[in-house]
Design a protein around this ligand. Structure first.
Ligand SMILES: [Zn+2]
Length: 243
């Protein structure tokens, strides 16, 4: 089979043998792929440098399909993010993005919007945007792409109106719930009226101050939402939120 070209972000890399590595790339063209890079551990080879975590590279791939590993024949670095070597908070967010892309998407299931969002998220870290804000925006984008965009404007259970006092966020219901439905949800996070409004503005793509972190109750709510959809708590969340 001929090799095909793709552009992707390295979301995982592990040693396979003395000289080879297995690389997981989230590509713009095909979504997540796992491929063997023969000779990928040779010291200082361009091939190896391209497979550093969170590097964007242009690759040539021979696709195997049916659970077999693809084969990487060429790789060229397209973009790296210097902030990840300078700021631990930014690096944690980068690792979190990689975890959601590696664990929270299927092989060969293309999500070009999610790919573009991931690259913009890394670029915005580079531009000094608050890391926790970048993480929150990416969580919303990931939830939307995998089909679990949270309901924020009305009750996620009955569609009734929500508001006034504190709002309860239910990860199981998939959004905020009204006072009547509150007793039916097992686990919930209380969002203050300000946090609820903040989250609605963020999800509508409104420009929010780049240097301010999200409210704590919003971080907690989205952490639970991602955990619910992923089926387990992402490893990187405790580094992000210290929980
Ligand atoms: Zn309700």
């Amino acid at each position: 089979m001929p090799a095909e070209a793709a552009t992707g972000l390295v979301v995982r890399a592990s040693d396979w043998s003395e000289t080879s590595r297995i690389v997981t790339l989230f590509t713009r063209e095909w979504g997540k792929i796992r491929a063997l890079a023969k000779g990928g551990r040779r010291l200082r080879s361009n091939f190896e440098i391209a497979f550093d975590l969170l590097t964007v590279c242009r690759v040539m791939v021979i696709r195997k399909g049916h659970g077999g590993l693809d084969l990487l024949t060429e790789a060229r670095v397209e973009q790296r993010f210097a902030i990840l070597r300078k700021s631990l908070a930014a690096l944690y967010v980068g690792y979190y993005l990689a975890e959601l892309l590696a664990e929270g998407t299927q092989d060969y299931d293309p999500h070009p919007t999610l790919y573009d969002t991931a690259i913009s998220a890394l670029e915005s870290l580079e531009a000094g945007r608050h890391p926790a804000l970048v993480a929150t925006e990416f969580e919303l984008a990931w939830l939307r792409e995998v089909g679990y965009s949270p309901r924020l404007d009305a009750c996620a259970v009955c569609g009734g109106s929500v508001g006034g006092e504190d709002v309860v966020w239910s990860p199981a219901a998939g959004g905020v719930v009204c006072p009547q439905c509150r007793s039916r949800v097992l686990e919930g996070v209380r969002l203050s009226p300000g946090s609820w409004l903040w989250l609605q503005r963020l999800s509508q793509g409104e420009a929010l101050p780049a240097s301010l972190p999200p409210p704590c109750d919003v971080r907690q709510a989205l952490g639970l939402a991602v955990t619910q959809v992923l089926g387990r708590r992402p490893k990187m969340l405790r580094y992000l939120d210290g929980q």
